[in-house]
Write a protein that binds this ligand. Structure first.
Ligand SMILES: *Cc1c(COP(=O)(O)O)cnc(C)c1O
Length: 371
């Protein structure tokens, strides 16, 4: 079946048999069981990250509503399993803890990455070390103790793209983690190109309405088990209501991505012709457009009236922000330059508004700095 169809039906296969239309929201923190011996056995298995059928024991171990979202996202990404977390950073942290715990704490990563991801790798806060590479130097950067290669494509905030098939080849046996937050499975399915771990900040396009924080990993059964074990131990779980909202978000993801991408492509063309714009970063697909301006980028953010001046992305309304000050402030200036993040760069997440209304707002704001 096509992705648009699966987006509406995945994670909901059992509903008709249960006489349900909407997905049930299970807010239980604990689950009753009179047979303590059987419960003890289940708990032991679940504690190792096993995905066994039946009711969960406790909310930190698993939740049926969240499980529907995990299953649906895994299906859209073409992966065996999904594991959801409280945020995108909680999802990345679990991956880093998993590779560090396995005795392979060295990570090879390609800049630019989301500022928070860059920060957690650079500081080594979770016991990993990092070698920064370009797609061409990944292979020679691998070591005996390398447990993970990390890349974002299109990357935040420059929208630089990486040839995933080529990169996956360069990784050999080392798992390749692709942050697919910007493209979503509608525009790119990294597992089809050889990535073994696909990460999403579900806060962005998957939720789609700017009202839910979440993260999710799509991966193999084996790595999912390790992630569930870490999630059980560290507690970075997704709230069931967030799971409900994210599953609902998935059903409109394809139409939202298609509509926003059309508008973003049109805005990228108009921006390229604007005298206050020196460079447009648009990879030819997707709902984000980044551009460099001649004057003070803060003036542009301050002048828009329809577009929301805010960090984050992937909402039904368009957002604009200045990466060097906000999302990538935690990355030091030299490393920002390394990743091609100019101080003149603005990043816009295109929503579902009319293209002409957006252009009127944006071009008025750009006129403020032009001359
Ligand atoms: C926002 C974002 C993250 C972090 O996700 P949170 O849900 O904010 O923790 C990671 N990667 C990318 C590309 C992002 O845009």
């Amino acid at each position: 079946m096509e992705l648009t169809t699966r987006a509406v039906h995945a994670g909901r296969d059992d509903l008709v048999a249960q006489g349900l239309h909407a997905v049930p929201l299970d807010l239980s923190t604990t689950y009753p069981a009179r047979d303590t011996r059987a419960e003890a056995e289940r708990l032991h298995e679940l504690g190792t990250g096993a995905d066994i059928p039946g009711l969960p024991v406790y909310g930190r171990i698993g939740n049926p509503t969240v499980a529907r979202f995990e299953q649906a996202l895994a299906e859209l990404e073409g992966c065996a399993a999904g594991v959801a977390f409280a945020s995108g950073m909680a999802a990345l942290s679990a991956c880093l803890l998993a590779v560090a715990a396995a005795g392979t704490p060295h990570v090879v990563a390609v800049r630019p990455l989301y500022g928070g991801s860059d920060h957690v790798l650079t500081t080594g806060l979770l016991g990993t070390s990092v070698t920064w590479a370009t797609p061409d130097t990944v292979r020679e950067s691998l070591r005996e103790d390398t447990g993970l290669v990390i890349v974002e494509t299109p990357a935040n905030p420059t929208l630089a793209t990486v040839d995933l098939r080529k990169l996956a080849d360069a990784c050999g046996d080392v798992p390749l983690l692709v942050d697919n937050t910007f493209a979503t499975p509608v525009l790119q399915r990294p597992a089809e190109s050889g990535a073994s771990i696909v990460l999403h900040s579900a806060t962005k396009f998957l939720g789609g309405h700017g009202d839910v924080l979440g993260g999710v990993i799509a991966t193999s059964d084996d790595f999912a088990r390790r992630l569930r074990q870490i999630r059980f131990a560290t507690g970075g779980i997704l709230h069931p209501l967030a799971g409900y909202l994210l599953l609902r978000g998935l059903s409109t993801l394809p139409v939202r991505m298609q509509a926003s991408s059309r508008t973003a492509a049109a805005l990228a063309e108009r921006l390229a012709d604007h005298p206050a714009v020196t460079k447009v970063h648009y990879p030819g697909f997707g709902a984000l457009v980044s551009f460099e301006v001649t004057g003070d980028p803060h003036e542009v953010v301050g002048a828009v009236r329809l577009i929301t001046p805010a960090v984050s992305l992937g909402s039904v309304d368009s957002l604009i922000q200045h990466p060097a000050s906000l999302t990538h402030q935690v990355v030091d200036p030299e490393s920002r330059a390394d990743g091609g993040i100019s101080d003149q760069l603005l990043r816009m997440s295109v929503g579902l508004e009319d293209v002409d209304d957006l252009w009127t707002d944006l071009s008025k704001a750009l006129a403020m700095i032009n001359g």
